[in-house]
Design a protein around this ligand. Structure first.
Ligand code: GUN
Length: 291
């Protein structure tokens, strides 16, 4: 069994990006600048966004964090987005999700300039991704693809089950893994809350991507011997023994499942750090795609 080490792999990617930044600088070119908008006080979102800003600093990108209060209106957020669309110094930006309930997420994502949409959430970029045209691919599925590539995980002709159909992870993941290139060329089954016989479907899978957000949902009796397991789940569960007051649990019952696998991602230290690395890679590509 091989542990797909996202922490290690992402640190290698950051080193590679830092080298590219050095080359850009020495060629007198502009260094990528990533901005992030965070609305409200959600603890997990704050942690993720702060980590993204730290990553920018580490690789030498410019970064801007725009923190807005939870009472921010949709109109005010659209104004902040319009400002970033115009800002020539900002190459790419993200609006951290989820947004407060009173803000319409679709209206916000549609307002982001597709050229600066390093999250790849704008319909124009989703369309391009679906057609396998050069674009920004959402960071979590992109990070997973990068991890599979760097560990040479075989995907050609494999049965892949994706659990969860979110626009951020499950849906793009199912598209990428069915595309006619490596890593991909899988026969993909996209499962969701309406799926019947999920256990039997999973038992036939060579690759399972668990992205439903339910701790320890994937049990050993759902997993075929030798399967590759990608765990996207990262749920905070109260744990008074921890300094933070919580611990992170994946969607896979790791202890019970790991021994059956050919490859498995841990939580934490698997998909999470790869998501951040993929966002940095997308930001580096802004200049490439615009040229
Ligand atoms: N919330 C959870 N994952 C993501 C992500 O990849 N991008 C943004 N903007 N928000 C998120």
């Amino acid at each position: 069994m091989v542990v797909l080490d996202g922490k290690l792999t992402s640190s290698i990617i950051r080193q590679e990006l830092a080298e590219k930044v050095k080359s850009l600088k020495s060629a007198g070119k502009k260094v990528p600048h990533l901005a992030a908008i965070l609305v409200g006080e959600d603890g997990a979102s704050k942690t993720y966004v702060n980590a993204k800003v730290r990553d920018c600093e580490e690789v030498g990108f410019g970064s801007t964090l725009i923190k807005l209060p939870s009472e921010t209106t949709e109109k005010e957020l659209l104004k902040a987005i319009a400002k970033l669309n115009k800002d020539e110094d900002v190459d790419g930006y993200i609006v951290q999700l989820p947004l407060p309930d009173h803000i319409n997420e679709t209206n916000i994502l549609l307002a982001v300039d597709p050229k600066k949409d390093v999250d790849g959430f704008h319909p124009e970029n989703v369309g391009k991704m679906t057609l396998n045209l050069p674009t920004y691919v959402p960071a979590t599925p992109q990070g997973i693809v990068e991890l599979l590539r760097r560990y040479d995980v075989p995907t050609d002709g494999k049965n892949c089950v994706v659990i969860g159909r979110s626009h951020i992870v499950g849906s793009p993941m199912s598209i990428l893994l069915s595309q006619h290139n490596y890593p991909g060329n899988c026969t993909v089954t996209l499962c969701h809350s309406g799926t019947r016989d999920l256990k039997e479907i999973c038992q036939k899978a060579d690759i399972i991507v668990a992205a439903l957000g339910r701790p320890a949902f994937v049990k050993a009796d759902m997993v075929k011997q030798g399967a590759c397991i990608i765990d996207v789940g990262i749920t905070r569960v109260e744990d008074p023994s921890k300094k933070s007051g919580f611990r992170l649990l994946g969607d896979v019952d790791y202890e019970a499942v790991a021994h059956k696998c050919s490859f498995i991602t841990p939580v934490p230290g698997g998909v999470g750090p790869m998501t951040r690395a993929a966002l940095m890679m997308n930001t580096m590509r802004v200049t490439e795609l615009s040229e």
